[in-house]
Design a binder for this molecule. Structure first.
Ligand code: TXA
Ligand code: MG
Length: 320
């Protein structure tokens, strides 16, 4: 199968109507989309990504009204949706019968979001069904933030990549769920715990310690480059790995003066959102270089910082 990168929303809509897959841009990362109500299309998503069948998919819709077609929306979730969507947040909600079991991997909950990207919002408004869309990467690898990233991972497996440019945020959406009058954070993202607490007046708990369900995205060894990655004190780790060909991914300082080091500061100005936006593209770049090891550090815990640290922690686990 030939994979084409283009900007034609009508081509994308026609393919999706025929239960084919299309990669779509969002503000977070690119998604691998198919008709969320079609078992045929959804099973193609699992196959193309080589994704374990127990790992459920996020529904993408264009409006709050549509969320209510597929899920039961409590008052707090409604507040979050009306204030923060379209945007980089996903709500985990009790699912309605309208959503096939294969899409939620048998779970009675469904994850839903309204992506904030003009092309994809237009596409969704032209369709009569929601789109199931996991990140458009082979399962376990780094999420794509450009159409070219999608192409490098899924060439030959999908017909069309809808090109919407580089994503503006660059990390996957925050996933949250209202439970027992508090907010469970299932995945950190651009919408921070503080922002959710301020908006709702509720306590925000990390789901790894409080959830009864385990979101597969919490599995470690996600987002992993092929080269070993270490999170730590950069200067110490450089000396621990003397003699190796080292890639350093730092927040704002430049470590290029150290022997054997090529340094990739993510934001020389120390802007955490810019750093988040550069992270996945930089990991991919470094992963195709001739390095023995990637050394990075703990990023400041402000704004999207916890989401960066979360992704780096999972990336290092595979090689420990
Ligand atoms: O920003 C994003 O959310 C991107 C873009 C494309 O929208 N999508 C994305 O999808 O990151 P994915 O499949 O790569 O990650 C979704 C996470 C997975 O960890 C999955 O396990 C979890 O959401 N999830 C989805 N539905 C769920 C459900 N019903 N119950 C628990 N976890 C769920
Ligand atoms: Mg993913």
């Amino acid at each position: 199968m030939q994979t084409i990168i283009g900007t034609d929303i009508q081509i994308a809509a026609n393919l999706l109507e025929k239960e084919e897959l299309v990669a779509i841009p969002t503000e977070t990362v690119y998604g691998l989309a198919g008709n969320a109500l079609s078992e045929v299309a959804v099973s193609k998503i699992y196959t193309a990504k080589n994704r374990p069948s127990f790992n459920p998919l996020i529904l993408h819709v264009a409006s709050l009204h549509e969320i209510e077609k597929y899920a039961i929306v409590d008052d707090i979730s409604f507040l979050i949706a009306s204030k923060l969507m379209p945007g980089p947040i996903t709500l985990l909600l009790p699912k309605k019968q309208t959503v096939p079991d294969i899409t939620t991997a048998g779970s009675n909950k469904v994850a839903i979001r309204i992506p904030n990207h003009p092309i994809t919002l237009t596409l969704l408004k032209n369709l009569t069904f929601p789109l199931a869309a996991p990140s458009a990467n082979p399962s376990g690898y780094i999420s794509p933030t450009t159409a070219a990233h999608v192409f490098s991972g899924l060439e030959g497996k999908i017909q069309y990549i809808l090109n919407g440019g580089a994503t503006s945020i660059g990390l996957e959406s925050t996933i949250c769920e209202i439970k027992n009058n508090s907010i469970l954070l299932h995945r950190a993202g651009a919408i921070s715990a503080e922002e959710l607490a301020t908006l709702t007046g509720l306590e925000v708990k990390n789901s790894s310690t409080h959830a009864t369900i385990k979101t597969p995205g919490q599995l470690k060894s996600h987002y992993a480059p092929k080269i070993p990655l270490i999170v730590g004190n950069i200067e110490e780790e450089i000396s621990n790995h003397a003699g190796k060909n080292i890639a350093v991914i730092s927040f704002k300082h430049n470590y290029a003066n150290y022997a054997g080091v090529t340094c990739y500061p993510l934001s020389l100005q120390g802007n955490i959102s810019e750093a988040a936006n550069q992270l996945f593209a930089t990991l991919r770049l470094v992963d195709t270089g001739n390095f023995d090891i990637i050394i990075t550090e703990i990023f400041p815990n402000e704004g999207i910082g916890p989401a960066i640290n979360d992704r780096l922690n999972r990336a290092q686990f595979l090689h420990k």
